[in-house]
Structures are given as C-alpha cells and as structure tokens.
Write a protein that binds this ligand. Structure first.
Ligand code: AMP
Length: 263
C-alpha cells in the first residue's frame, strides 16, 4: 500500500487513475480502525478498481479540546488492517497541509447541521463538511463510503455532494455492532467496565417500540446523561430515532430505523 502525505501528490495520483478509467472508492477515517471501518474498507475494495482510505484526526471538527488530545492514535495497527483488506492507497496528511488558510474558509450548512448533534456540538459539522469537501475535491472518487452509525453526518455529506454538484456517490454502510448491540466506536475504549456493561442499553432502547420519553427515562435511570433522543424524518431516507447520551465522560451516539409505534 502506498502512503501519501501531501494533498497535491494525492490529487495527482488519483487524477491519473481516474483518467485511465479506473473507478476509485474512498473511506475517510480518523484512524484507530476497528471492524466498523473494516466493513467500509471491504466494500470499497469490492466495488472499485482502486480502494483508497484517509486517516486524519481533523482538528476543526472537535468542539472539545480534551476529546482531540485524547483521541486514540494507532497508525501501525491501522496500516496492517488496511493492508489486510487490500487497500491500495492511504492518505495521511498533516493538519497544516489540509488547512493552508488556517481554517478561514469553511462550509456552512444552515439547517440540518444545527439540529440533533449540531445543537450540542457548535462548529462540529462545519469542521466535518469542510474536511470532507477538501477530500472530495482532491480524491476524484467514484464513491465515498460512510457509516450509518454517524447518520446525521452521512446525510449532511450526501446532501453537500448534491448541493455542490460533486460527481461522487455517497454510499452508506450498516453499523457494525458488538454481539451486545453496542455500536463499535474508537471512543468505546474509554468506557470503564461498569459503563461497558450499561452501554448496549442505548441500542436496545432505540430499536424497541418505546416512546421517546420512556427511552429517555430508562437511560437516565440506568445512569446515562441523555443529551437528546429525537426522530429524524425524511421522505427519501425514512424515519430514524437518533440519540446522544453520556456514560461518565464518554459521549455515545446511535440511531435505529423507526417504522412504527407511537413516539
Ligand atoms: P471515524 O473514524 O469515527 O471518523 O469514522 C470513519 C467512518 O467510519 C465514518 O463514516 C463512520 O460513520 C464509520 N464508522 C465508525 N464506526 C462505525 C461502525 N461501528 N459501523 C459502521 N461504520 C462505522
């Protein structure tokens, strides 16, 4: 696998593949790769001639400094996982090269990014959309793969690609879970053993037919600090229950399809 650190070089390599007629699938990540990322990488491998990934802990999307400084970095293990699934190219840039403007230019979305997680994480989606737009512009990808675990992020990126007339298909992939139902996340490693036991309740309740109020109550009783549990409705994408809740210092998010039952 080739590892590229310079955006200009990345852009040139991928442009050349696209000109030759190769399809390119890209999986953007922040590293600390697990089986959730692996499922996206496998899909990119299966569906494209060139399978590419990026690892970049994007500073502009962290609204909390401590979360950024504590974000796990496991580059050697990540590289071996990427090689095992047959990834051809890895882009692992430095922050300065992705932000030559010192983040004076940013992508603003004025509706969905201000709801759900956006209400509680000011600037988060602005940072996400800005870095994803940069990746889209330099990667010439036929497809970009995103996890349903971050449902709001997936919808925002898909709609951004449509808004800016970008010719990359944004593909969503199902959430990979522990046998307990807990969604895999790079932040799960920060849960204490007691919190790890409680954490699967979030998914269990979201995929039940309980009302939103009942879900919130049960989470609080179990020791979660609930940020929100809200319904997302979209004519094209259907209805989902989205939630964020803290266990100790760790913020967990999850979502589940909601097809029936009173809210
Ligand atoms: P991250 O490294 O957390 O920025 O995630 C990179 C990509 O992997 C995003 O599109 C996430 O939605 C996706 N992802 C993270 N965890 C999971 C999971 N458990 N199942 C499926 N996709 C995931």
């Amino acid at each position: 696998m080739d590892i590229v650190r310079e955006p200009q070089k990345w852009q040139q390599i991928l442009r050349d593949y696209r000109r030759k007629g190769d399809s390119i699938g890209i999986v953007p990540t922040m590293g600390a790769l697990h089986a959730g990322h692996r499922s996206l990488l496998q899909r990119a491998r299966e569906e494209n001639q060139i399978a590419a990934a990026s690892i970049f802990v994007n500073p502009s999307q962290f609204d909390n400094r401590e979360d950024l400084t504590r974000y796990p970095v496991t580059l050697d293990e990540d590289i071996s996982l990427l090689e095992k699934v047959g990834t051809d190219l890895l882009f692992a840039p430095q922050a300065e090269s992705m932000y030559p403007d010192n983040y004076t230019y940013a992508v603003t979305e004025k509706a969905l990014s201000r709801e759900y997680c956006g209400k509680y994480r000011p600037g988060h989606f602005e940072g996400v959309l800005t870095i994803v737009l940069k990746l889209l512009l330099i990667s010439h990808a036929s497809r970009m793969y995103m996890g349903e675990k971050d449902w709001q992020q997936y919808v925002l990126v898909k709609r951004m690609a449509e808004a800016f007339l970008i010719d990359t298909e944004i593909v969503s992939c199902p959430t990979v879970r522990e046998p307990s139902g807990l969604a895999l996340s790079s932040r799960n490693g920060r849960l204490t053993s007691d919190e790890l036991e409680k954490a699967p309740l979030l998914h269990q309740l979201l995929s039940s037919d309980r009302t939103i109020e009942a879900i919130k109550e049960e989470l609080e009783t179990a020791g979660f600090r609930v940020e929100y549990v809200e319904i997302f409705n979209d004519p094209e994408l259907g209805s989902r229950l989205l939630a964020a809740a803290y266990l100790g210092k760790v913020r967990l998010i999850d979502n589940a399809k909601r097809t029936q039952g009173p809210l």
